[in-house]
Design a protein around this ligand. Structure first.
Ligand SMILES: Nc1ncnc2c1ncn2[C@@H]1O[C@H](COP(=O)(O)OP(=O)(O)O)[C@@H](O)[C@H]1O
Ligand SMILES: [Mg+2]
Length: 260
């Protein structure tokens, strides 16, 4: 039970993203063999599964990086086709990939605004002057609201710890996302304390009513912070449950194929 979720009940917010019978093959490898999953507003929906189960491919379909061979993606109730990640971003879907894709030598603010710098309106805007003060303020404010553990947003990202870098990447996604944040193994490379900070950040996204799709290998993490869990096995959905209804044994058994 998560008191911070919008309704107080897992998975009862409105659907913000529906993946229906998604299929994707890479040559002879059938990465996804008809996977369906619904992501709701105000839920953390964990996707678990062994290496090669299709988790990252499913996330990339939702992010517009991989075009499915079959099936349907629906966002806010309408079918959508993403020609590129830009199309997914335009409707409010932001993604944090495993490699984070941060520019190490640039500041947190610069990383948040890469490719979307705010320009002043009016004459100065016309001349293309970046409004640095506005970008810095907005970044500080967002980091504060989300409890990103970075005090100085002007610091270059390369000076930050792994947990802080993950925080910057997640905050960047949250700042630009309208409805949906997709996270691929956000805590896999982190130590215990850093992981706890990122878990808090993920819970903050939920309380701010985002739908969060969380790919994770970490069974205790998933049991602690997710509202629902979907297990993928060999490119198929091996079960979706309210997290409060399952335990580690159920998850692991579903991953290795023990349930019918
Ligand atoms: N771009 C690609 N080209 C070829 N095979 C791929 C590609 N992406 C994923 N695969 C294959 O698809 C399967 C599912 O991969 P992936 O979605 O990355 O699984 P997971 O994230 O669950 O470990 C694996 O067999 C993987 O090798
Ligand atoms: Mg993966």
């Amino acid at each position: 039970m998560h008191p911070s979720s919008a309704t107080g009940q897992a998975g009862t917010g409105e659907p913000v993203l529906e993946l229906r019978d998604i299929r994707k093959a890479f040559g002879r490898v059938e990465a996804l063999r008809g996977v369906s999953l619904t992501l709701r507003a105000g839920e953390v929906h964990a996707v678990m599964g062994d290496n090669g189960a299709g988790k990252s491919t499913l996330l990339k379909v939702a992010a517009g990086v991989v075009k499915p061979d079959g099936g349907e993606v629906r966002a806010q109730g309408a079918a959508v086709e993403f020609a590129s990640p830009l199309d997914a971003r335009r409707i409010g879907i932001e993604t944090v990939y495993q490699d984070l894709a941060l520019a190490d030598h640039r500041s947190c603010v610069a990383n948040v605004y890469i490719g979307r710098e705010v320009r002043r309106s009016g004459l100065l805007g016309h001349l293309g002057v970046l409004d640095r003060a506005a970008m810095t303020d907005r970044t500080s404010q967002a980091f504060g609201q989300l409890a990103v553990p970075v005090s100085d947003v002007e610091r270059p990202v390369r000076m930050l710890s792994g947990g802080q870098r993950q925080g910057v990447a997640i905050a960047r996604a949250a700042i630009w996302a309208k409805t949906i944040v997709l996270l691929d193994e956000p805590t896999a490379a982190l130590g215990v304390r850093q992981r706890a900070a990122v878990d808090e950040l993920i819970k903050n996204l939920r309380s701010r009513h985002y739908g969060v799709l969380l790919i994770s290998h970490d069974v205790p993490q998933v049991l602690e912070i997710s509202d629902r869990v979907t297990v993928l096995r060999l490119g198929r959905n091996a079960g979706t449950r309210d997290t409060s209804d399952v335990d580690a044994t159920w998850v692991v058994t579903a991953m290795v194929g023990g349930h019918s």
